[in-house]
Design a protein around this ligand. Structure first.
Ligand SMILES: [Zn+2]
Length: 276
């Protein structure tokens, strides 16, 4: 072993060969950036805005931990502030937690970060006519690292009822899941694909997920074929015709312009078969 010397690289003390030249400039830049980030942090958590916001969130949550219901002792960023620094005072992203629940949440986040579970994630928004085969299209195309939001399937799962026979009172709960999902997806890179099945385009989704890779598609199933299918499946066609009309109206107002039309071949073959 040759001569060694002690050097500080990226803020860590390490032993290196005595002949190694240390790139002190880049090291200095790194340390400056790190110190700046840390001091922004400390400033923020000591600021009046934060202590006001913190009090408001604790009051809003009745001083209860939003995970376990025990007394809350701190206010947590649902999406960590370091991932979404600009929205660090957004109350929709804040929740009261007790110390234990906060510990476990932070631990999960750290493990996830260390594992480097990141993928080139694509979010596909699939909208259009009821009966056009959206749910089937998604299950035909989804893979093992995907996340699916599908209103009809969630309704069936949450009510234990067959598809399309939900309970309208559960609607609010599905809406809550949808909103939380969008908020979390904003800083997510865990999935290969995220599939969001909607009826109408959603501007809120588009603005919330503006930083993500989002594509919009609709199926080429014709209006007549959809109506035929809805009748065949004994759905409430009178009610659903209003939905079809609204979609046609939105189309005429260019609200579907960014949706790329994709072929629904597989479904078509199946439906031809079942109608023969
Ligand atoms: Zn708790």
């Amino acid at each position: 072993m040759g001569n060694k010397k002690l050097a500080i690289i990226n803020g860590r003390r390490v032993l290196v060969d005595a002949t190694t030249r240390i790139r002190q400039d880049s090291d200095r830049e790194y340390n400056q950036a790190r110190n700046q980030k840390q001091s922004d942090y400390i400033k923020f958590y000591h600021s009046t805005e934060w202590s006001h916001t913190r009090e408001q969130v604790l009051t809003r949550d009745n001083g209860m931990c939003q995970r376990c219901g025990l007394a809350a002792t701190l206010v947590d960023h649902i999406i960590p502030s370091e991932d979404d620094w600009d929205n660090r005072l957004d109350q929709d992203n804040l929740q009261s937690l007790c110390r234990d629940c906060h510990y476990w949440k932070t631990r999960r986040e750290t493990i996830k970060r260390k594992k480097g579970l990141t993928r080139a994630m694509t979010i596909t928004v699939l909208a259009g006519y009821p009966g056009s085969g959206k749910s089937t299209y998604v299950t035909d195309h989804a893979g093992p690292h995907d996340l699916i939001y599908d209103y009809d399937r969630l309704m069936a799962a949450l009510t234990g009822q067959p598809m399309h026979q939900g309970n309208i009172d559960v609607n609010d709960y599905i809406q809550l899941i949808y909103e939380m999902l969008l908020r979390k997806l904003k800083a997510e890179q865990t999935f290969a694909n995220v599939w969001i099945v909607l009826t109408y385009p959603d501007d809120k989704l588009d603005s919330l997920l503006a930083s993500q890779d989002v594509r919009h598609i609709m199926l080429d199933t014709s209006r007549d074929e959809c109506i035929q299918r809805l009748n065949h499946d004994k759905r409430d066609v009178v009610q659903l015709l209003k939905v079809l009309d609204k979609i046609d109206k939105l189309k005429s107002e260019s609200k579907f312009d960014k949706f790329k039309i994709v072929s629904n071949e597989k479904r078509k073959n199946n439906s031809n078969f079942s109608f023969k």
